[in-house]
Design a protein around this ligand. Structure first.
Ligand SMILES: [Zn+2]
Length: 311
C-alpha cells in the first residue's frame, strides 16, 4: 500500500465539496493492477462482489467480518445456529468485538444457549474469550491454548507501535481498543476431532494444525460451510512465522483434510468469504505458499525473498 494514497483521496473529495461540485470516480476507466511480485494481491480478487462480504451465509451459518486488528489485518468470526444452541466461532481481538459478535448471535435466535469455540491460540482469535467466560459461557478450544496477560500487554505495545501519528502513539492510544480485555483460555479442552450437537444440527470440530499447533476448523455438513480460522486466509499472505518447516508439513496435511471435506463456502480467519471454485483456488494458493516456504526454508514474510514466491 502506498503511503499517503488515502490522504490524497480525502483532500480531493474535500476540495470538491468546498466548491459544491460532485466528485465522480470513473471505476470503469481504472486500469487493473497486475500483480508483478509475490505480495501484491490480485485486484480482481479484492473487488469481489459475491459472497465475500455477506454476513448470512445460509439459514444456520453467519460470518462476522472485518473486526479491528493490527493493520493490514482485520479478523473474522462467525456463528452457527441450531435449534437449542448457537456456537460462536472466535471472539475477535478484544472485549468490544466479543460484545458485537454476541449481539448478532443473540439477535438471530435469542432463546438459544450460547457456546464459544476458539480456532487457535493467537490473540486476534481469543481476545474476546474473557467477555464470554464472565457471562458463564463455555469456551471450547485446543487443550494447548495457554495465553497470559503478559502476552496481551506485549500485544498492546505492538498495536500501539503501528499508530502513524506520534502524538497518539505517545498517549498510548493503542491500549484503547483493548479496554476491559484480559486473557481467558478455553475451559472446555479439545484434543481430537469432535462433534457438537446444537439442536437438530451437528457440527464437526476438525483439528487443522500447522499455522499453530492449536488450530481447528468448524464444519457444518448440512450447509457445506467451513470456518477454518487461519489455516486459510483469503488474499493475505498466510502467517508462517510462528512455525518451522515441520509445522508447515503438518499444515499441508490440514489443507488436504479441508480439500477432502469439499466445503462449498469457506470462512477464513482473515479476508473475505469464498465460495465454490474459489474455495479450491484459495486452498491451492495457500498450499503453494506453504510448499514454497518448505522449499526455501523460511516464511514468505521474511527478507526480500518474497519475490521467489508464487502469487
Ligand atoms: Zn489470525
Amino acid at each position: 500500500m502506498r503511503k499517503g494514497h488515502c490522504a490524497e483521496r480525502v483532500r480531493l473529495v474535500n476540495g470538491a465539496r468546498d466548491q459544491f461540485k460532485p466528485t465522480r470516480v470513473h471505476v470503469a476507466k481504472r486500469r487493473p493492477i497486475k500483480p508483478k511480485k509475490y505480495g501484491k494481491p490480485c485486484a480482481a480478487r479484492m473487488l469481489d462482489t459475491g459472497i465475500g462480504n455477506k454476513m448470512r451465509l445460509s439459514s444456520k451459518c453467519f460470518a462476522v467480518l472485518g473486526l479491528a486488528y493490527v493493520p493490514p489485518w482485520t479478523v473474522n468470526a462467525g456463528f452457527v445456529v441450531g435449534d437449542t444452541h448457537t456456537l460462536i466461532i472466535d471472539t475477535g481481538a478484544n472485549a468490544s468485538a466479543a460484545a458485537t459478535i454476541h449481539g448478532y448471535a443473540e439477535a438471530v435466535r435469542p432463546t438459544n444457549n450460547i457456546l464459544v469455540i476458539s480456532t487457535e491460540q493467537h490473540l486476534d482469535h481469543v481476545g474476546g474469550n474473557a467477555y464470554f467466560r464472565d457471562l458463564g459461557i463455555d469456551v471450547y478450544g485446543h487443550a494447548r491454548i495457554a495465553r497470559t496477560d503478559g502476552e496481551l500487554a506485549d500485544s498492546i505495545d505492538e498495536y500501539n507501535a503501528c499508530i502513524p501519528d506520534k502524538a497518539r502513539r505517545d498517549r498510548h492510544e493503542g491500549a484503547i481498543p483493548l479496554v476491559n480485555t484480559r486473557i481467558a483460555n478455553p475451559n472446555q479442552a479439545i484434543v481430537a476431532d469432535t462433534e457438537l450437537e446444537l439442536g437438530r444440527l451437528s457440527v464437526q470440530i476438525i483439528l487443522t494444525p500447522g499455522h499453530t499447533p492449536t488450530n481447528l476448523s468448524v464444519f457444518v455438513p448440512d450447509d457445506s460451510v467451513l470456518f477454518c480460522g487461519d489455516c486459510i486466509v483469503s488474499d493475505y499472505l498466510p502467517n508462517l512465522e510462528g512455525g518451522t518447516e515441520k509445522d508447515w508439513q503438518v499444515w499441508l496435511h490440514s489443507l488436504d483434510r479441508i480439500r477432502a471435506l469439499g466445503p462449498n463456502v469457506l470462512v477464513p480467519g482473515h479476508g473475505r468469504v469464498v465460495q465454490g471454485q474459489e474455495v479450491v483456488l484459495e486452498i491451492q494458493r495457500v498450499q503453494q505458499i506453504v510448499e514454497r516456504a518448505i522449499g526455501v526454508g523460511f516464511a514468505p514474510t521474511k527478507l526480500d525473498q518474497t519475490a521467489l514466491m508464487p502469487s
